[in-house]
Design a protein around this ligand. Structure first.
Ligand code: SF4
Length: 632
């Protein structure tokens, strides 16, 4: 008996309509825990080398973890994995809400989607009943609207994931949406879902889950909620959510502004967490079983109209606000809503719009090519671009490719300020004076995403201080000295194992990372749920195994993959920050090489960033080592 898990994998071939339910293999649970680990192993095993991300042969995997759906804090996370249409390599994205627990209560830890439905469809799952139904009536609807429509049809107790027009039209940064404002945002999972003609998955589960020690879990689980609420950071985090970090990021000069031209936004007080509270918020909104509901649901009134929206959370403030220079929180919330309806990842959409605006400013994109003027700070221009992108209409067809491909096509130096790594647009931390964070972005397995390792706090504080401590300290308000480059690898690697471990367990990391809810609590809860006594260090070893595996996947799938793919765009190693706390700072190419050299050595990868055979074998990946050797 696998305690903690639902015990089955559900596979649906959308081309043939074949539906299979198989037992969850014990060795998969033992060696990869769940969520991200399941996704990484299954993608490696089941995707044929060279598969086109938009072909029916690509897989979209939805995976839960052993802790998902149990009485432990914040156990509502669900993981999505695929071969990315943005990077061509390993991709995963994590989503909050209630979908994962519902999938488990229906009896499934993992849902594997392959093939392509003959016409627009949605997958209906109600315990043992699994059907592919027509979605003709919903095709073309916004992601939020489609969820509303399906809830009306099926009932409020169905948990539903949807895509918007962006996913239908294969925009490379389309997201999967859920719960009216939660997304698996990054790496283009929504576009893969669109390529399968799948508008939605609706699930209702009424079953239970086997627990190793139900009484113990009830006692310790309830205690855990009280412990989280007693943390000093609790009172600070819950009212403003992630938006609360906006001030601090500006004060340490890491806020992406004007397409990352600079790192300080003078009007940041108008778009911070306080502004969300004062101008937007109606209520808090949280995921399944969460004691710290970080979602802020509110109403935004702008010159373009008013909308109800969840957010903006910090990343949307940074990319839609800072990078595109929107000066009011209402405008940012409106742009956020438009992205949510269209099914666009707000991070990539903001980065793409910012790149296009800079191109326009420099005369690289013209009014004739774009169809109108697009300038920084112009909400109407942004909405125009987002609608064009989602429809792949005119200029939108170019921008729907993301900044890496669009800049390669446009040329004229625009590649230098196309802010991405590996084809994934950079998220909300400008890092020219934050070498640890820069290294984290460079080496993140999915491309330039902060959530693998948020090393900015370490860069600023030089310690493992919690975000709460850093914010309370107020950051630095003066000009900052240039940061040291050496000695960053160890901390970045440590973080790259910690954060993704939560994605394996199927729970939110915020309570650990931001509030300092201690590791021993997770060891205990994991034991009570699964019956496996594993130390934090042993759990992290599994996370390390997954890290080597995802790198190996990209080595296998991307021609010539290696060190060259890890560099940031030239803006970051050629242009000093022009103003703000980090004025004059940047990292030279030589400094970037120092970061990478130390990182590869500490990882046990060769100088091209490829895991060595010895490292793979030591990590329990002998078969992966053999496969890479054969393909060399
Ligand atoms: S902290 Fe926020 S993201 Fe995490 S589970 Fe709670 S509501 Fe969801």
């Amino acid at each position: 008996m696998l305690f903690g898990y639902a015990g089955h994998i559900l596979e649906v071939n959308l081309s043939t309509g074949r539906i299979t339910k198989t037992p969850l293999p014990e060795d998969l649970a033992r060696d990869y825990i769940g969520g991200r680990g399941f996704v990484a192993r299954l993608l490696w095993d089941r995707i044929r080398r060279g598969t086109d991300p938009f072909s029916p042969e690509n897989l979209l995997i939805v995976a839960t973890g052993p802790m998902s759906g149990h009485l432990v804090p914040a156990s509502g996370k669900t993981h999505f994995g695929t071969k990315s249409p943005a990077t061509g390599g390993y991709a995963d994205s994590n989503m909050g809400g209630h979908f994962g627990p519902a999938l488990k209560y229906a009896g499934y830890d993992i849902l594997i989607l392959s093939g392509r439905a003959p016409g627009p469809g949605y997958l209906f799952i109600e315990d043992g009943t699994v059907e592919l139904r027509s979605a003709e009536a919903h095709w073309g609807s916004g992601a939020i609207t489609a969820e509303e429509e399906l809830k009306k049809e099926l009932g409020d107790d169905f948990q539903i994931i949807t895509i918007g027009p962006a996913g239908e039209n294969l925009v490379r940064f389309a997201c999967v949406s859920h719960d009216f404002g939660r997304q698996a945002g990054r790496t283009g999972a929504g576009a893969v879902m669109g390529s399968k003609n799948l508008k939605a998955v609706a699930v209702r589960g009424t079953g239970g889950l086997p627990v190793f020690d139900a009484e113990g879990l009830f006692e310790k689980g309830c205690e855990a909620f009280e412990k989280v609420k007693a943390k000093p950071g609790f009172a600070g985090w819950t009212p403003e959510g992630t938006a609360g970090i906006t001030d601090w990021v500006n004060e340490v000069g890491a806020f992406p502004t004007r397409n990352f031209q600079t790192s300080f936004f003078p009007g940041y007080k108008n778009i911070n967490g306080r502004a969300v509270l004062e101008h937007l918020k109606i209520t808090d909104k949280g995921c399944f079983c969460c004691p710290t509901p970080c979602g802020k649901y509110g109403r935004a009134g702008t010159g373009l109209g008013s909308v109800y929206v969840e957010g903006p959370e910090y990343e949307s403030i940074a990319l839609l606000g800072g990078a595109c220079v929107l000066e009011s929180v209402e405008d940012i919330a409106y742009a956020n809503y438009v992205c949510d309806q269209l099914g666009l990842d707000t991070i990539s959409a903001g980065a793409v719009a910012a790149w296009a605006m800079e191109c326009f400013e420099k005369g690289i994109l013209t009014e004739e090519k774009v169809g109108r003027k697009i300038r920084f700070g112009d909400l109407e221009g942004m909405v125009y671009l987002f609608e064009k992108i989602a429809a792949r209409d005119g200029i939108g067809d170019l921008l729907a490719e993301g900044v890496m491909r669009a800049s390669r096509e446009v040329g004229r130096g625009s590649e230098d300020f196309a802010i991405h790594v590996k084809g994934l647009e950079w998220s909300g931390y400008e890092s020219r004076n934050a070498p640890g964070m820069m290294l984290a972005y460079m080496t993140a397995d999915v491309g330039a995403h902060h959530n693998r390792a948020w090393a900015l706090g370490h860069d600023v504080a030089g310690s493992a201080a919690s975000v709460h401590d850093l914010i309370s300290s107020g950051g630095s308000r003066g000009k900052l000295p240039k940061a040291t480059v050496t000695g960053k690898a160890e901390r970045v690697i440590e973080l790259q194992h910690i954060r993704p471990l939560f994605d394996c367990l199927g729970i939110c990391r915020l309570q650990y990372m931001e509030l300092g809810f201690e590791a021993e609590n997770y060891e205990e809860l994991f034991f009570l749920v699964t019956g496996r006594r594993m130390s934090w260090a042993e759990l992290l070893q599994i996370s390390e195994r997954v890290w080597h595996l995802t790198r190996a996947f990209s080595v296998r799938e991307i021609e010539g993959f290696g060190r060259e793919f890890d560099y940031p765009p030239p803006r970051f190693f050629r242009e000093p920050v022009p103003d703000g706390p980090n004025e004059g700072h940047y990292l030279t190419r030589r400094e970037l090489d120092t970061l990478l050299d130390e990182y590869y050595a500490a990882r046990g990868w060769d100088q091209n960033g490829v895991p060595t055979e010895e490292t793979l074998r030591r990590a329990g990946l002998a078969d992966v080592a053999d496969a890479l050797r054969v393909e060399k």
